[in-house]
Design a protein around this ligand. Sequence first.
Ligand code: ADP
Length: 587
Amino acid sequence: MGAPDATVLAYRETCDTVTKEYPLRVATTACVAWIIAAIDAPAAAFFWWTAMAALLAAEALSYRSIFREERATIPLRIVAYLAALSAACSIVYTYPVWALLADGAPASLFAAAAFMAGTLIHLTVHNANTRLIYSSAAMPISLVFLAVGIRLSMSVGNLIPFVTVLLFLMAMIAAYMGRLESTRQINQAMAEALAEREAARRASEAKSQFLAKMSHELRTPLNGILGMAQALKQGAVSTDQKEQASIIASSGEMLLSILGEILDHAKVESNHFVLEAHPENIDEIISQTVSLFESAAANKGVLLSLDRSQLDERHLLLDGPRLRQALTNLIANAVKFTDSGAILVKASARRRPDSVQVDVRIDVRDTGIGIVKEDFDRIFEAFEQADNSITRRYGGTGLGLAICRGIAQAMRGDVSVVSSPGEGSTFSLSFTTEISTACEPARNARAGGMQTGARVLLVEDIDVNRKVARAILGPVTKNIVEAENGAIALEKLKEESFDVVLMDMHMPVMDGFAATRAIRNSDANWSAIPVIALTAAASEEDKRRCFAAGVTAFLSKPIKADELIAMICSHVEPGQQEDLSRKSVFA
Ligand code: ADP
């Protein structure tokens, strides 16, 4: 069914009015009935009121049943029926005029004129959605008004009553035309605004897709650069070479974090920032994140401390990685913008009375350069920094706080700041979550040791990436068989037995999704083998697709050596254990 046309929308609006206002209309007619009763016709008043209430009910019920189902168009016979109903209501509604005129007292004549004028004004202002319904409702009362004007003119012998009514009716027609025109303009403006919103949505989607694609394309070569730099560091003989490899690795990591920020920002902008809440220990998350900055703060001579005294609740439902990300950004900024003094991270988690809801607030207070009040809002916008000299002195993209706010808002919270230049700033991250009754996952429970010579099937079409994975896994296992695509991987699985499959998801011939599905659907004893997806496509959607295909775990490229080793360790059955991961240079 297509979108409803303008006429249908107008009738639907009338439907809303007549159904919602039914009680009010019946009450208004009761007041008019009281006027009729007051001029000594109580029985007529009662019958008239009953007839009006029945007609108005018939109108409301008819509209309701016609618009119970969605309609793209409205047939002519229905339009004619509604117009006839509206005319019938209007004709019966003119009865009080005849009763008042018959009474003939000056007050009754005045009441009749006021009644007709009031009814016409009400119809013009309130019931002018469709030309036909308006005409069928306004026509009977206008004709009666005109007839009364003519009769009065004839009885007084001048044109004043007739001309007055005529002028009034002309004013009503002008008001109606004006209303039609302004409604047309509003509808047109709304249609234009909707079209522009749709165009903006499509442009934003295209931008997000472009960013996701670029991020994927950039991550693949970065994977090569970072992996090889790590391998070089491991094998380098001279200190110079080690230092050069370190510079390549740290530059690559910086590029990777900028790439991550741009991708996160695209997600915030396109409302694709979906958080996944799991049972987490918030105390652990905060303590670990703070400890990451201890040496950086100490190197600057800044005291970094943590106050957890108000963490009444620790086991909460959270998206741990995202909370770490937001907190990391706030603490990194505090360290970056503080040259002396102290940084205090103060956390509180208070349970609401008689509820599982917990209000969490984490303040990051520093004694750094501070921010002027006028910049409080601006710094939360993407690519905005307090002033241009910031980039030159401190670097940064200006995306961190925008992402922090995106994360906080996705957690039903916000980030705010109070600051004064030269004295320091306090950034407060607050959100509401729930108590977790489940246990946190035992992370890295088995990551301490890797099976000696675990048999790894490495499925990857790009040569450099295969070399990187080999270099990373070299110190822990040499037992690696390579396959260039999913089809070859399936052949290898039939020929040999493996402990784990590392699966790239985007490959020619047979991609990782199809290969993983084929593994899971097979009758062979390797159908339950752990499959770790390694992919440069790092969006939540990609992750969901991977898990839907049946992968066991997911790692995004560029691969971090310690993460890959820990991941393999936690998915390979412990056999003859030898604590090899500690031997790894990356651990
Ligand atoms: P970036 O740090 O990459 O510049 P952010 O979005 O994290 O981007 O921060 C935006 C700006 O807010 C910073 O450039 C800086 O001007 C200001 N700012 C953020 N945190 C602090 C802080 N703790 N002290 C002073 N200024 C800050």
